[in-house]
Design a protein around this ligand. Structure first.
Ligand code: ACO
Length: 323
């Protein structure tokens, strides 16, 4: 008998305010046509004053719990992936814990930028299979609008705010790739690439800072590393790309998503795409896409799903799971 971490609920939350590409034409020297053709993004959601990463995350967590038919009292742990926590400390995860009225269990943040949700899922899986927790809320939540330089056209048009959450529960499996739940994961990082994607502030500078990115360089690493990690986790699970029902990639740029699918030998009909409506929501983008893909009937029970992401660090990775 093998213990598996199985998805039993999924949900998301998006701030009410939608910002269309055209609005950027008034802020910086850009156009709807440039943003669409270079990134695939058409609009993104922007958090209202007073909304924070933890409030977005708590709303997504409530939606995932409702989907699973479970109460917060039944959850053992919260793992929240973010690079934009409300405060330097305490963790946004403990703030969600408080908002949900949970006074037991444990909660902590994971920071791996856009790869954060893949890291958080892998951590939750490890805790479930080793018996540390039976039911874990895994949340990706971000307010990137707060760290964007709104005068820098090369970055400000690309990002958005939002949150998504999964409830993972321990269930018994047979130990084969036919089991439901997380089947394999692959994590990587390479700190030599710090300068192509970073925030120029933080504790050492006494400022929050702004996101800085050499987009072309990040792009160059992305397709190759994403295809490699997806292949690696499939191999660990004893599966191949032919077994995939859905790829749910980090939603940064439609051209990266298309390039990675092509390298894996998959048609775009097997890829969940939300980048047009959400922009890049960093650690929130995969759970948001899982939630949308589930709600619109794409992802069904028993489907083999591969998630993959790359972000600042560089940090990248993938998870193979059967829904
Ligand atoms: N509007 C109009 N022109 C623009 C804009 C804009 N918003 N932004 C840049 N340009 C200009 C550039 O200045 C450049 O002009 P030049 O040729 O005169 O110098 C030209 O457009 C082309 O710029 P490139 O950077 O070469 O454009 P590219 O086709 O590479 O697209 C993009 C840029 C969208 C950023 C792309 O490189 C990309 O998506 N990179 C990856 C980003 C990513 O995946 N990030 C994920 C991780 S994010 C995280 O971890 C937080």
């Amino acid at each position: 008998m093998t213990i598996r971490a199985v998805v039993t609920g999924v949900g998301h939350y998006l701030p009410e305010r939608v910002m269309e590409n055209a609005e950027f034409e008034k802020l910086v020297d850009t156009s709807d046509e440039w943003i669409r053709s270079r990134s695939g993004i058409e609009r993104r959601h922007i958090a209202a004053e007073g909304e924070t990463t933890s409030s977005l995350g708590a709303n997504a967590a409530r939606a995932a719990l409702a989907d699973a038919g479970k109460a917060a009292e039944e959850v053992d742990a919260i793992i929240l992936a973010t690079s934009t926590p409300d405060l330097t400390f305490p963790s946004a995860a403990t703030m969600v814990q408080r908002e949900l009225g949970m006074t037991h269990g444990f909660a902590f943040d994971v920071q791996a930028v856009c790869a954060g949700f893949v890291y958080a899922l892998t951590t939750a899986n490890a805790m479930i299979v080793t018996g540390q927790a039976k039911r874990v809320l895994v949340i990706g939540a971000e307010t990137f609008s707060r760290i964007i330089d709104w005068t820098d056209r090369t970055t400000c048009v690309l990002f958005g705010d939002g949150a998504g959450a999964l409830l993972l529960e321990a269930q018994e499996g047979e130990g084969s790739s036919a089991d439901r739940g997380i089947l394999a994961a692959d994590l990587n990082s390479d700190g030599r690439h710090r300068d192509i994607l970073y925030v120029d502030g933080g504790v050492s500078t006494g400022t929050t800072g702004h996101l800085r990115m050499e987009g072309r360089e990040v792009f160059r690493h992305a397709v190759e590393k994403l295809a490699q990690t997806a292949q690696m986790s499939l191999e660990k699970a004893g599966l191949t790309a032919e077994d995939i029902d859905w790829v749910v990639p980090h939603q940064a740029n439609i051209r990266i998503i298309q390039g990675t699918a092509k390298k894996l030998g998959l048609g775009m009909e097997k890829v969940v795409v939300t980048v047009q409506d959400h922009g890049n929501t960093s650690a929130a983008s995969i759970p948001l896409a899982l939630s949308v893909g589930r709600a619109n009937g794409q992802i069904r029970d028993g489907d083999l799903v591969v998630t993959e992401a790359i972000g600042g660090g560089l940090a990248w990775g993938s998870v193979v799971l059967r829904w």
